[in-house]
Design a protein. Structure first.
Lengths: 297, 443
């Protein structure tokens, strides 16, 4: 039976219109209202607001804290991408290739942080880093490295690097599962053939596993970048509040501070626009660099 | 203008209700509140929405007052919006011009200054001029600290009289023979002694919220050194105020504390509860907080711990301690739907009876003069001691600030202050950075 054009259009509309309406309400509307408020001087706590044109954008350019927040965000992006990907690939390969008997148990253990709320993770690690009672300093003291102890989250130089560890720890599980899925799909015959040809484990990893799971790695990297740029706010807000002296503020936490602590909602919206533009640019650039022919053997 | 608290007649005024009666003041007996100072809004009906922040003072006092008010006006439906995050939760109501009727402004996410600037609070001038206490005396004569005026009009009534100061463990100090400081020199000596004998960093504050040190230690220090004039010019961010010689002198004292290693080395990481916990565990000996400290930490306080309070001892030898009161106001929304009931509630709350019960419930003071706490067994000892000390004009001078510092100035100043406390910058660098923040704020 041949579908009439009208029927086809009706079916398409049936599929697309509800989705588009939801997309418009929950994505487009907030996006454009954020853009709209960035042109206003608005405290965010009353109905009074004043149109000020591009003043918020001028302020954004001259704000000395903004470049710091951008750097902090990209510091977290870079360290998280490397930290999470290296460990996730390592664990995924170990759990699939090394034929460990307890593999299912380790899968659960590594995935566990992913089912915990980021807020809980932040609070947990705040205790771990506690200068006097925390596990890190106590551990260092126990092994005789007293001189290495420091108030990790309260030190202007160490606070930001200290945030990397919980972020990586919390992120590994999901990407490990994603990669396990990819590796499981690689046909065993490739490895057998490679073994007959005399390739060692290391060569098998570089020549077979890595090229064949590249699509999963690419998606993982993009996902880490996007979630870090949009979501590192939570861990910063919980663990340091952006301090000491702005040394851990990321764009999102600075947005929150401006909009909800200093009552500059309009300026906060401007920072939001900046985050959107930077995230888009970053993803476009990454797509370009990670373009790689799909490998098939 | 300096205000002599004693002259307001706080001491030995009013009627002291027996401790036993108040201790037994359960909800069943709340009908005893006679509401004699109510505005006589008989038959008042409709809905009255009350928003109040629940922090260190808890909410038991609010429950009592609202319960009594409900009994007084049974036809009124009272809706309470309360909790530690209530300011955030109610924000959308305020933004959409559908606010609650009465609001107690306190805690994170609330700003009286911002609300007045945004025109969200009703003019209460006429209301307060007509208000009277139980004995018929005008309310305006009976505030410990008078309401703030904006262009001559009153938009909020200061309900809670709080003040920041420096806390120590009285029992521990007595048993160890540590000295309770009386001025900056003796403060330094005492901290040096404690550092040596107890082997701890003697002073702690929250590095995540540097305004604890700003409001708790620096405000009194600025007031003691330069009076209300200096304090006001710093809070307003006036040109040259932060780089003035007097300000630098005060900051040099902080620098001395840093150089001597008296600040807790981990304070940068601590939020306010963690810093207070360290204090309770004797990891530190002094912490600057407001009157709410004992109530806030009640569940974590060791049994033998005895709270002692002094105004932060930053003044030079031979000078009075300085106190800068911190007031938490009650206000009516400009767009309140039930203004009549809101006004009746505000009148109902401001009484000596509830002022006394406030001290019992919270361990802090309500901003009503003529309330005698000295004989009340339900009022904690530290509050009586502090009360007595604050009222001793030979020892303590009270300074008022014009209004709270705007978050737009307090945030960058606090950040720079933390750098100074961590030893990452000098007093000179701090005042320059604070002046730059003030200049940015003025724009």
């Amino acid at each position: 039976m041949v579908q009439s054009k009208k029927q086809k259009n009706l079916f398409l509309a049936f599929c697309l219109v509800p989705t588009f309406i939801l997309f418009a309400i929950f994505t487009l509307y907030p996006l454009f209202s954020g853009l709209y408020y960035s042109f206003f001087d608005w405290s965010g706590s009353s109905s009074n607001s004043e149109f000020i044109g591009l003043d918020n954008y001028r302020r954004l350019i001259s704000d000395a804290i903004i470049p710091q927040t951008i750097w902090h965000d990209y510091f977290l992006v870079i360290t998280k991408v490397f930290g999470i990907m290296i460990l996730a690939i390592f664990f995924a390969v170990a759990l699939t290739q090394l034929k460990i008997k307890e593999a299912p148990f380790y899968r659960v253990v590594f995935f566990f942080p992913n089912i915990m709320s980021v807020v809980v993770i932040g609070i947990l690690w705040t205790f771990i880093y506690n200068p006097s009672l925390g596990l890190v300093n106590s551990g260092l003291e126990f092994i005789g490295l007293e001189s290495w102890t420091r108030p990790w989250l309260g030190d202007q130089d160490w606070a930001l690097p200290s945030l990397v560890l919980p972020s990586v720890w919390a992120g590994i599980g999901l990407f490990m599962l994603l990669l396990i899925g990819g590796i499981s799909n690689v046909s065993k015959s490739y490895y057998e053939a490679a073994e007959i040809d005399g390739a060692n484990q290391w060569q098998q990893f570089w020549k077979i596993t890595l090229p064949l799971v590249w699509p999963q790695i690419k998606i993982s990297i993009l996902y880490i970048v996007i979630t870090t740029l949009n979501g590192s706010f939570i861990i910063v807000q919980i663990m340091t509040g952006g301090g000491p002296n702005n040394s851990t503020h990321v764009m999102g936490s600075y947005l929150y501070q401006q909009a909800f602590v200093q009552y500059n909602f309009g300026y906060g919206a401007t920072i939001g626009v900046m985050i959107l533009i930077l995230s888009l640019l970053t993803v476009l650039i990454l797509q370009f660099f990670m373009k790689r022919e799909k490998v098939q053997y | 203008m300096k205000k002599d608290w004693r002259s307001t007649g706080l001491i030995l005024g009013g009627v002291v209700l027996s401790a036993g009666f108040l201790a037994a003041c359960s909800s069943d007996e709340e009908g005893n509140a006679d509401g004699e100072n109510s505005s006589g809004g008989e038959g008042m009906s409709g809905e009255l929405e009350i928003q109040y922040f629940v922090g260190g003072y808890g909410d038991s006092w609010w429950k009592e007052v609202i319960g009594d008010f409900q009994e007084e006006y049974p036809d009124l439906t009272i809706v309470e919006h309360a909790g530690p995050n209530i300011n955030e939760e109610m924000r959308s109501r305020w933004v959409s011009d559908d606010p609650p009727d009465v609001v107690y402004i306190d805690g994170a996410g609330s700003s009286e200054t911002q609300m007045i600037e945004d025109g969200q609070l009703a003019n209460m001038t006429e209301l307060v001029e007509g208000m009277e206490l139980e004995d018929g005396s005008p309310m305006l004569d009976n505030f410990i600290v008078d309401p703030d005026q904006h262009d001559g009009e009153i938009y909020s009534l200061p309900l809670v009289f709080d003040t920041w100061g420096t806390w120590y463990d009285k029992a521990w100090f007595e048993s160890e023979g540590f000295e309770v400081p009386t001025d900056f020199d003796s403060f330094m000596d005492s901290m040096g002694n404690i550092q040596e004998e107890a082997g701890i960093d003697p002073f702690v504050t929250s590095g995540q919220h540097p305004y604890y040190f700003l409001r708790g230690v620096l405000y009194p220090a600025f007031a003691a050194a330069g009076g209300e004039e200096l304090l006001a010019s710093l809070i307003k961010g006036e040109e040259g105020a932060w780089t003035s010689d007097t300000t630098l002198e005060v900051m040099k004292k902080v620098e001395q504390m840093v150089e001597a290693g008296y600040f807790d080395s981990g304070l940068g990481a601590l939020n306010h509860t963690q810093s207070q916990m360290n204090f309770l565990l004797h990891d530190n000996a002094f912490v600057p907080v407001g009157f709410w400290l004992p109530n806030e930490m009640a569940n974590d306080t060791p049994e033998d711990f005895e709270f002692g309070f002094i105004p932060s001892p930053m003044q030079d030898a031979g000078e009075n301690f300085a106190i800068v009161p911190d007031l938490r106001p009650l206000a009516i929304a400009e767009n309140a739907e039930n203004k009549e009931a809101a006004e009746a509630f505000v009148e109902f709350v401001f009484s000596r009876e509830y002022a006394e019960s406030f001290s019992e419930h919270t361990g802090a003071i309500m901003n009503v003069a003529g309330v005698d706490l000295s004989e009340n067994e339900n009022v904690p000892q530290y509050l009586k001691d502090a009360n007595e000390m604050i009222n001793d004009t030979e020892q303590v001078t009270i300074y008022q600030k014009p209004h709270p510092m705007s978050a737009d100035l307090e945030t960058p100043v606090g950040n720079e202050l933390l750098s100074l406390m961590l030893g990452d910058s000098s007093a000179e660098e701090f005042v320059e950075a604070a002046e730059a923040a003030a200049s940015q704020y003025r724009q």
